[in-house]
Design a binder for this molecule. Structure first.
Ligand SMILES: [Mg+2]
Length: 271
């Protein structure tokens, strides 16, 4: 696929969507559907994202799934007027189907204990206000700080938190705006692998994401579907396509909607 132009790959996908009876649209949230905000609880989606997703859902031909590092309750609050949708939260540790069925994977007591120790360390170092406790992990946010200030804390934070990730079931992740110490599995790649396992092999499937944590998802999807990096600037990635938000993202969602809608129109004529 590498030798094909992005436009060719995209139009081939749209043709597949028109022809296929069903398809899957897997979406990261922060940085992909919503711009970053220092006030994380105010990071609402770009205008038009929710109406477009609602139209795609109403069409009934695409399974729409949000795969996010945020806890489900948070992303649900931010997506507000979106109709009920399937969400994998906390990097795949939590799963809620569109019908409300919810489950959370268990974490080993030793891992929970290590996370508590890491939290105590962060509090002692003065990062309590920047620390977010979430299922299976904790994140330290530095978005909104001056660059020089970030440079000062990055190294000691990385070192301090790395100690908890060594020889344990935890891993330390860099993300846009901070560091996260969390259970090594599941990650977003595991969530995508599980999603793929109950999809028909011919179902077109696409994953849109911006962050380093989305690379696991791109890798898991690679043999089967299309990874799309959504980011203002390009970076090295396992995704096959690159879209700049919000305009190219909105255009993509509109094209998706048009493609699955034209399938319906065709069905009506041929029946
Ligand atoms: Mg993201």
């Amino acid at each position: 696929m590498q030798h094909l132009s992005e436009a060719t790959v995209l139009s081939a996908l749209m043709e597949q969507l028109t022809a296929a009876p069903t398809s899957s649209l897997l979406l990261d949230y922060d940085g992909t559907l919503a711009p970053f905000r220092t006030e994380r609880h105010l990071a609402y989606p770009y205008p038009q994202v929710v109406p477009l997703l609602n139209s795609i859902l109403s069409c009934g031909r695409s399974r729409v799934v949000i795969v996010t590092g945020r806890p489900i309750v948070e992303v649900e609050a931010l997506l507000g007027p979106l109709q009920s949708v399937e969400i994998w939260g906390s990097h795949g540790l939590e799963h809620r189907l569109a019908d409300g069925t919810y489950r959370q994977l268990a974490i080993a007591p030793a891992t929970t204990e290590l996370l508590k120790q890491a939290e105590s360390w962060l509090t002692a170092e003065g990062y309590a206000e920047r620390t977010e406790i979430k299922p299976g992990g904790l994140a330290v946010h530095w978005r909104g700080m001056a660059d020089a200030e970030i440079e000062n804390i990055r190294e000691p934070l990385y070192k301090g938190l790395s100690a908890f990730a060594e020889q344990s079931s935890l891993k330390l992740l860099g993300f846009e705006g901070g560091l996260e110490l969390r259970v090594a599995h599941p990650n977003k790649g595991d969530a995508v692998t599980t999603l793929l396992s109950d999809m028909d092999l011919t179902t077109p499937v696409v994953y849109l994401g911006d962050d380093l944590t989305d690379e696991d998802a791109f890798e898991a999807l690679r043999p089967r579907g299309l990874g799309i990096l959504v980011r203002p600037e390009f970076r090295e990635t396992s995704a096959q396509l690159w879209l700049r938000p919000p305009d190219e993202l909105l255009d993509f969602l509109q094209q998706w909607l048009n493609s699955i809608s034209s399938h319906q129109a065709t069905s009506v004529v041929t029946n």
